[in-house]
Every structure is written in C-alpha cells, then in structure tokens.
Design a protein. Structure first.
Length: 94
C-alpha cells in the first residue's frame, strides 16, 4: 500500500505542475486517487453484475469524504468563514 501512496503523491505533484502550480490541492488527489488505487480493489460478484467498476466505487468514496476546510452538507457556510480552504497551508512541490 505504501508504494501506491507514493505513486499518488508523485502523480499529484506532476499533475499540479502540468496545471501550472508548484503545489498540490485536494482536487488533484481526488482526480487521481481512483486511477492509482483501482487495481487494489476486489469487487464482489454482485458489484460485477451491477456493472460497477473499481473506479466507480473509489469515486463514490472520494465524493463521500469532505475536503478539509469545506463545510459538510447541511452546515452553514459561515462556520467556515475564517480559515477556509484557501487559508490552509499547501504542500509545495520539491
């Protein structure tokens, strides 16, 4: 699993660079996570019959996990008026 995390970090840094940034944002990780980890997911026979793919399952997981600093569904945005996502420290590409 550690190797996959390393690959995800490297791919996220590369994607950020292609996008003209020297830092990774949560959207980069969300975009690439399913592509990096899909080969590690074993679907049940029911999932296969339903036409689901590992990418689909991981996409649903990513969508269900809130981005730090973003309000959760049902929470008022003003709770996050200070210290929102744009104020969070970013990891710089080395």
């Amino acid at each position: 699993m550690k190797a996959s995390v390393t690959v995800l970090v490297r791919m996220s840094k590369a994607w950020a660079a292609v996008q003209g940034r020297d830092y990774v944002i949560p959207d980069d990780l969300q975009l690439l996570l399913a592509r990096v980890f899909a080969h590690r997911i074993l679907l049940t026979p029911d999932a296969h019959v339903a036409g689901r793919t590992a990418e689909h399952v991981l996409g649903r997981v990513v969508a269900a996990v809130p981005i730090p600093g973003e309000p959760r569904p049902g929470q008022p945005r003003e709770v996050y008026a200070r210290g929102g996502r744009q104020d969070m420290p970013t990891g710089r590409v080395r």
